[in-house]
Design a protein around this ligand. Sequence first.
Ligand code: GAR
Length: 196
Amino acid sequence: QRRVAILLSGGGSNMVALARSMTGDHPARPVLVLSNDPNAGGLTKARDLGLPTAAIDHRPFGRDRTGFEEALLAAMAPHAPDLVCLAGFMRILTPRFVGAWAGRMLNIHPSLLPLYPGLHTHARALANGDAEHGCTVHEVTEELDHGPLLGQARVPVLPGDTPDTLAARVLGQEHRLYPAVLRRYAAGDRTPVRLP
Ligand code: GAR
């Protein structure tokens, strides 16, 4: 079984979906939930699920991204993860960290990449008048929100949508897509997942 560390910064609903999916004959299991925010709601949810947690507050490190990342790696090491899933982890990682996990780190992004890398994806899709929107799981490479696509899920944009209503619709698909991709990926299959 592949050992998975899940990194998050916020509420952790994707972490919950991933952790709950890793049961039975699943080729992976969660070994650590790690946050850059000691107060992240996702840490509480992880503890409720009985998962080991750790927090490395990025703020005391200031601009010292390398120092922050060394601390992340040190927190991860005792749990010996094989794979890293970024699940709403809102810190940009340096090429050094990304390189250390090349081919072993996934991210979920709330847009149909290559559309809308970066922030405010739902507002940008609405402003552009898009008829559909969605989410993407990809392998993490040095360039932010790029890297080989491992799966996408689409949702319609509906009349009257706001960034919040659209985000909620996308999030529902994120919870289906990320577990589906991880199951394949952990088994060594990188064929992209298409949902619905
Ligand atoms: C998710 O929508 C995820 O795609 C997004 O943050 C949210 C986290 O929600 N990630 C990014 O924007 C990454 N740049 P969650 O904490 O409930 O899983």
